[in-house]
Design a protein around this ligand. Structure first.
Ligand code: GLY
Length: 384
């Protein structure tokens, strides 16, 4: 059997997190291989690409907010550098800002509390009356009671980003090995690479697990090294805003409708992405009539004119959720094995910062302070 070159770093999983990490790590001068049967796939192929650290903020998630903001402020430069490294591929990054609106008195009260929370944290978040919100977005339903304008929550096109990352990886010398990981190799108490489903032994100095909601399922992974990363299904729609329609929507729009998070992301090329359901039913990516109905029904309450638009695609992806819904970043308890997974609702947003933090650890051995709260060892069971 031909001997495969031994990379410094083997990244298991060629989705947005794996590719961004591989690219940044190769830039640090390390030899990197990405293992994935179809690199450039994963949840970011489905995601709307909202970069929303402030409007997706939940109470008690301040460390995640800091991480999200750290990634958000890197995004414009990350995309510009990626365009250059990929030979000119654009990522659809748009600094649109986001409008979060309330449809009834309860939503309005909840949004008001979120605004107060934003203010306590010193975030740029401005309260608008219903009339002011409609002035920004004239197609909004007359019933909209008020909203929050967050100037720094933007958007990127996940599909274009993946294409650009693949090209940048290849041009930076990252080797793409098209196979699946069948088993983690552990030798002398240390991760030593993987066995592929084609029976190849892929040895590596360090192995990074970036396989989304399949990360913890890798055979050979010692018990307790990685917590479960559960799949959380999101169904999503793509519509088209014909130019003749005028400016249908100019910025990201979001709302909580009947307890569910609804968002609409208008791209510069006329695509309008509507998401997303939140369903916990295993590794199922079926698009259901009920999911499409709910999204259209709720979107119609916000923007009644949406039913006139052509519906061009329906899809479903799996968000990787850790037990506390925050990412798993950096060295695990198994020497030689690092994690870059569990990004849940924020994989696209957190890709630049994840890649920088992992590349720093892989290049220097140090764990940056920003990554420390997200150590995979926070789930390690203490001895009884
Ligand atoms: N970040 C949006 C979602 O997960 O649906």
């Amino acid at each position: 059997m031909a001997r495969l070159p031994v990379p410094d770093v083997l990244v298991v999983g060629g989705g947005i997190i794996g590719l961004a990490t591989a690219w940044r790590t190769a830039q640090r001068g390390l030899a990197v291989t990405v293992l994935d049967p179809v690199p450039g796939g994963g949840a970011a192929q489905v995601a709307a690409g909202m970069l929303a650290p402030v409007t997706e903020l939940q109470y008690g998630e301040e460390p995640l907010l800091r991480l999200g903001i750290a990634s958000n402020v890197r995004y414009a430069d990350f995309c510009a550098e990626l365009a250059e490294a990929s030979g000119g591929l654009e990522t659809g990054y748009r600094a649109t800002g986001t409008l979060a609106v309330a449809l009834d008195a309860d939503d309005k009260a909840e949004l008001g509390e979120l605004h107060a929370f934003h203010q306590r944290l010193g975030l740029d978040s401005r309260w608008l009356t219903g009339r002011e919100a409609r002035k920004l977005e004239p197609m909004l339903a007359p019933g909209v009671r008020g909203g929050l304008h967050v100037a720094d929550d933007h958007q990127v096109d996940g599909r274009r980003l993946l294409t650009a990352l693949l090209a940048a990886c290849e041009r930076s010398g990252v080797r793409l090995h098209r196979a699946a990981a069948a088993e983690l190799l552990v030798e002398d108490g240390r991760a030593a690479g993987v066995l592929t489903d084609a029976g190849e032994r892929l040895a590596a100095g360090r192995t990074v697990l970036a396989a989304g909601c399949r990360s913890h399922l890798l055979p050979g992974l010692p018990e307790g090294v990685l917590p479960p990363v559960r799949p959380v299904k999101g169904q999503i729609l793509r519509l088209r805003m014909p130019p003749a329609f005028g400016p249908f929507l100019s910025r990201n729009l979001r709302a909580v409708v009947r307890g569910g998070h609804l968002y609409l992301v208008p791209r510069a090329d006329g695509e309008l992405v509507v998401g997303a359901t939140t369903e916990e039913q295993g590794h199922d990516t079926t698009v259901t009539a009920g999911g499409v109905y709910e999204l259209l029904r709720d979107a119609h309450e916000l923007l009644p004119g949406i039913t006139e638009l052509p519906l061009v695609e329906t899809s479903a992806g799996l968000r990787p959720g850790s037990p506390d819904n925050a990412p798993l970043l950096g060295p695990t308890a198994l020497p030689g094995l690092l994690a870059a997974t569990g990004h849940y609702r924020n994989g696209v947003l957190l890709a630049p910062v994840t890649a920088d933090l992992l590349a720093e650890t892989l290049a220097t051995g140090a764990v940056p302070a920003l990554a420390a709260p997200f150590s995979p060892s926070r789930f390690a069971r203490s001895p009884q």
